[in-house]
Design a protein. Structure first.
Length: 324
């Protein structure tokens, strides 16, 4: 394996400079009812209110801001189950670059339409039989485009780290910080920020119970690859952590825990009923794990929870959240 240079908190600070005025500084939501229910003080970082409806815009804009003139001329290629695609599409439009997005054929219609709406070209593939990374790299070579992967890239990780940086700046040191976990860009970036701003804060990543490759990787001390998990959390249907995200996570995370689809729906219902917020299943992973007790020993503590995204068809949302 070639040596890799891991991003640091200095890269998160640089990203924060690029993002200032171009990405939203999302609010931190509080609810007394939620605190009572959870038995701790919950600070929700509302990244479902970020541009494109997810934190992914942070990493995408940071990566595209770092393009040189040649890369800008060639354009950007991305593969994604949805939110990274929309994020790259909008960031490309904003930085004057063209974008091609490789998306699974069963990606939510809303996400495909939104990606095309930002002016990107969408190329479809079958996520259960085809390797998206191979498709992406051959297309990119053919067309002279730069691939920006959804999580395993230093500028993407640094960009994602700006969400936790803002949260900690706004509410001060937390005792516990919990984020959803797919490929690990969000968690790794959060670890960089917490390491610098709240060194005593415990950090947890939350995966769907159907796809606990991150937890297995942490236990075994190597990147474990699993089959594509079948879960409502389509933003965390990743099969493995990255070469960059794994070492940062292994070094800085307190633990990786899981939430079931049923727990995700319960958290979505609570967020809708109590805070009037529309959060997608993946976006509810972290809150679900706090409420279920999968994140241990939170009683009375100050707990940061990242609500990572809100992109879900309204009909689907009604079906999930309206269920008795
Ligand atoms: C991508 C995504 C995640 C997972 O982020 P990683 O950086 O891949 O770990 C979580 N929630 C939402 C809404 C996402 O779009």
């Amino acid at each position: 394996m070639p040596p890799v240079t891991l991003p640091t908190y200095a890269d998160v600070e640089q990203a924060a400079g690029f993002l200032e005025g171009r990405a939203h500084r999302t609010p931190v939501l509080r609810s007394r009812r939620l605190d009572e229910r959870a038995g701790c003080e919950i600070h929700l970082k509302a990244e479902h209110l970020q541009r494109v409806g997810a934190f992914k815009f942070r990493g995408a804009l940071n990566a595209l801001s770092a393009f040189d003139a040649d890369q800008r001329r060639g354009g950007v290629l991305a593969y994604s189950s949805g939110n990274h695609a929309q994020a790259i599409a909008l960031a490309a439009r904003e930085t004057g670059t063209r974008a091609v997005i490789v998306m699974p054929h069963d990606a939510p219609a809303l996400k495909v339409a939104a990606t095309q709406g930002y002016g990107a070209e969408v190329v479809r593939y079958d996520r259960y039989t085809q390797d998206r990374e191979e498709i992406a790299s051959s297309l990119a070579a053919e067309r002279g485009m730069t691939v920006i992967p959804p999580y395993d890239h230093p500028h993407v990780i640094a960009g994602q780290g700006t969400a936790a940086r803002e949260l900690l700046a706004d509410v001060g040191p937390l005792d516990v910080l919990v984020t959803p976990l797919g490929g690990g860009g969000l968690l790794a970036g959060s670890i960089l920020s917490a390491g610098a701003l709240a060194p005593h804060c415990r950090l947890y990543g939350v995966e769907p119970a159907a796809g606990d490759d991150g937890q297995q990787s942490l236990r075994q001390g190597r990147i474990v690859t699993i089959e594509t998990p079948r879960t409502l959390a389509d933003g965390a249907q990743t099969t493995h952590l990255g070469q960059l995200t794994f070492p940062i996570i292994a070094d800085g995370v307190t633990d990786i825990v899981t939430a079931t689809d049923e727990e995700l729906v319960g958290s979505m219902q609570l967020l809708a009923a109590t805070l009037k917020q529309v959060v997608e299943p993946t976006g509810a992973l972290a809150l679900a794990a706090v409420l279920s007790g999968a994140v241990p020993d939170t009683a009375g503590l100050r707990v940061g929870v990242v609500l990572s995204g809100g992109n879900i068809d309204l009909a689907r949302f009604a079906e999930l959240v309206g269920a008795p």
